[in-house]
Design a protein around this ligand. Structure first.
Ligand code: CDP
Ligand code: CDP
Length: 226
């Protein structure tokens, strides 16, 4: 008798430049998991709302604008990329304007409600696409989106080291201010949830972090590679 391979959900949360994206992409590659970057969802929605002149302080206007944004996804390599009205995000979502505003929109309950069902639906997208699971990165994946995930990792890194990493990428970013706003919001605040596995990557290289997580995940997949 053969046993069906398990479908794994891996949640990776952490602050800006803690290594979420690089780590998630590497695990996605290694284990054939669908990769979903939920930060890009908040960034793209922020960009769309700014383009429409909507302020994060005006929750009614935010809700009305969201109702006119049809969501979808496009599979690009091993990543599920968000589509809004058939368009995928470009470099504009990493620019200073979005960096300065994304945490303010991400604190609006209507925005979080709007993305919650969409983000949960990515598990089905992964199953339909024949992936062995899902690796989703963000700020509230292990706490709110998939609290029952098979693995819930929380990446820490010293703020000075995180600022160094972001600057090395040539980016202007207000990491400390986003951290503060993300932790202070009432809906889905940014916290390491009870039961999650914390990893302090301040003095670890990216391959060291990836190897550490991969060693925990591999036994659950029967040690087999795709
Ligand atoms: O790449 P970086 O870690 O700098 O940020 P990101 O993951 O792209 O997320 C950008 C912003 O989106 C965060 O600062 C949060 O305000 C928001 N976010 C969130 O609230 N919840 C998530 N699951 C993911 C991102
Ligand atoms: O997604 P997030 O903002 O959490 O971080 P990232 O985009 O994966 O990583 C930000 C930068 O830090 C990238 O250039 C990574 O190569 C680098 N990094 C590092 O130097 N050491 C680590 N342990 C993790 C990431």
């Amino acid at each position: 008798m053969t046993t069906a391979a398990p479908f794994l959900i891996v949640a990776i949360d952490g602050g800006a430049a803690s290594g979420k994206s690089s780590t998630s992409r590497a695990l996605s590659e290694q284990f054939h998991l669908l990769h979903v970057d939920t930060g890009s969802h908040y960034r793209f929605v922020t960009h769309q709302l700014l383009e429409r002149g909507v302020s994060p302080e005006d929750e009614a206007a935010v809700a009305a604008a969201l109702a006119a944004l049809p969501l979808g996804q496009r599979i690009v390599g091993r990543s599920s990329v968000i589509e809004i009205a058939g368009q995928i995000p470009g470099d504009e979502i990493r620019g200073p304007r979005v960096n300065e505003n994304v945490s303010r929109f991400a604190a609006v309950p209507a925005v979080r409600r709007f993305l919650l069902a969409y983000q949960r639906s990515q598990a089905q997208v992964a199953r339909t696409g024949g992936f062995r699971g899902l690796v989703m990165e963000g700020r509230d994946i292990g706490s709110v989106i998939f609290p029952e995930a098979d693995f819930r990792f929380f990446l820490h890194a010293d703020p000075v080291e995180r600022a160094r990493r972001r600057a090395a990428e040539g980016q202007t970013d207000s990491i400390a201010e986003r951290d503060r706003l993300d932790a202070a919001r009432k809906t889905a605040p940014f916290v390491c949830p009870a039961g999650a596995t914390p990893i302090d990557s301040t003095h670890m290289t990216l391959p060291q972090v990836v190897d550490h997580l991969a060693a925990l995940i591999a036994p659950r997949l029967g040690g087999s590679q795709p």
